[in-house]
Write a protein that binds this ligand. Sequence first.
Ligand code: BYC
Length: 318
Amino acid sequence: MTKEMNLEERFQAYVDGENKVEPKDWMPEKYRKTLIRQISQHAHSEVVGMLPEANWITRAPSLRRKVALLAKVQDEAGHGLYLYSAAETLGADRMDMVDDLLTGKAKYSSIFNYPTPTWADIGAIGWLVDGAAIANQVMLCRTSYGPYSRAMVRICKEESFHQRQGYEILMTLAQGTPEQKQMAQDALNRWWWPSLMMFGPTDDNSPNSAQSMKWKIKRKSNDELRQEFIDKTIPQAEYLGLTVPDPDLKWNEERGHYDFGTIDWAEFYQVIKGNGKCNKQRLRARQEAHAKGEWVREAANAYAEKQAARKAKEGSAA
Ligand code: BYC
């Protein structure tokens, strides 16, 4: 690096050299803000993402299914915590982030605003939603911000178990009675298109992508990841004997990828504006959980204050 390079150029050269940015390193303010935005949205998604599945814990069809689902939902709480911590390393305040979620100011993934009317939806979430999350998060393991990339390595390992858990539920249903197979098909019909929306708007409508790719926060574009997910998932649907609800879906020999139909972007923007089927229900559930946890926060703060007072006393006595 030459001496004449300004800070931003040095930063870009550092990132281009595949070096990880750590919390105390200098970084452009916009890089920091972009990461706080993305990581906090990701954390909120994990926390809200517990709700559609938690809805089925008490109704899981067997003890084995219940244990696996319980473990998955607990993992998601853990992912939320790693991610809030990663955002804190950038100077974000956890209570502010939580407030932004509870007041509806912050975004979280559109996918969690859809209902889970049957047990097959739990299979579809694991297979498709966690499958889409893995496609997105494998590239985030190589994101330029160190704490985020390290959190992602651990999260991806757990997501792989989640995906298998969901696929196995659907495999059992798909090999069951005609009614069970229909249940699996209906869940695929409900979750297919919303899963494709998880990757975000098309590249030409994604305001944040170009800069995030330049800074290597994102390593692949929304459209690239969506295509990878589709190519990987269609053979899995065929193995289940289920039909993806897209009449335009066709293997394109020339491109070496599946062509697919048009995503309903009007629906996507309605959902992220707060007008999806379950947005209000999800926020209400988070607000209620937060209110019920008040005594835990109070107790934790009281303990922390007591410890701090004891340390101060010991310090002054020494
Ligand atoms: N839903 O310029 P773009 C999980 C927003 S949780 C809602 O392309 P970016 C799991 C976007 O935020 C999965 N909003 O943005 C948990 C931006 O709005 P602002 C969550 C969306 O950031 C439990 C605007 O649209 N995964 O795995 O470059 C159970 C323009 O978009 C969505 C992550 O969060 C959406 N789908 O790219 C099971 C991964 N898409 O902030 C599973 C980390 C876009 O400008 N995040 N928007 O107002 C990312 O990789 C990126 O943030 C995105 C979007 C690919 C999502």
